[in-house]
Design a protein around this ligand. Structure first.
Ligand code: AMP
Length: 213
């Protein structure tokens, strides 16, 4: 099962992607997580990516595409994968299609988790992330067991720089300009599924599962 998650930043696609990965036993591949791991490890890629991420901008395609193509060529992706945060531009989608076509494969589902902009801004302010292990929470919908402390590794959870209100506004503009056209791109391919992301998380998930049937 080869799945792409679409949706504005903060629409909840990451949370849903993790659950899909678990239910269907396929890897969850998040480009945002890969960049953040590189930032933590102070790699060259991490240093370059951070410059763009901190401004709410997209990391250039040339730094992004190859790393995804390498990742989906790994053994554990044989039965499929769920891509979270990639593609985010039409050239990225075209690069993905071209890479899969080389081995006679194609994407099967593009799931758009649809949430209105005004809800996004409210949600993002409540997001908290562990900069050590990458786990994400929300102060209202997915709180940590102990306030401010990551359930998984015990480190502090914080509001990520790119989740701060001024950056969120920029990310939404970037989303509408560069990523939203992918909805039409996958609609034309006949693989788009839209779910209402403003519903409770469990309902969003059951709608996604129903759309994959
Ligand atoms: P995310 O965790 O998916 O919201 O990603 C956080 C940030 O990483 C984004 O705001 C971008 O700066 C960068 N990023 C993640 N995925 C991509 C991508 N496919 N193309 C370009 N930049 C990306």
């Amino acid at each position: 099962m080869k799945i792409i998650m679409l949706g504005a930043p903060g629409a909840g696609k990451g949370t849903q992607a993790k659950q899909i990965a678990e239910k269907y036993s396929i890897p969850h591949i998040s480009t945002g997580d890969i960049f953040r791991a590189n930032i933590r490890n102070n790699t060259e890629l991490g240093k370059k990516a951070k410059e763009f991420m901190d401004q709410g901008l997209l990391v250039p395609d040339e730094l992004t595409c190859d790393l995804v193509m390498d990742r989906i060529a790994e053994d554990d992706c044989k039965n499929g994968f769920v891509l979270d945060g990639f593609p985010r531009t039409i050239p990225q989608a075209e690069a993905l299609d071209a890479a899969l076509a080389k081995t006679g494969q194609k994407m099967e589902y593009a799931i758009d988790v649809d949430v209105a902009d005004e809800n996004i801004v409210n949600r993002m302010g409540g997001r908290r992330a562990c900069l050590n292990c990458g786990a994400t929470y929300h102060i209202v919908t997915i709180p940590t067991k102990q306030e401010g402390i990551c359930d998984k590794c015990g480190n502090p959870v914080v509001l990520r720089d790119d989740d701060k209100p001024e950056t969120v506004q920029k990310r939404l503009t970037v989303y509408h300009e560069q990523t939203q056209p992918l909805i039409e791109y996958y609609k034309k391919q006949g693989i788009l599924k839209s779910v209402d992301g403003s519903q409770p998380m469990e309902k969003v998930f059951s709608d996604i599962v129903a759309s994959l049937a």
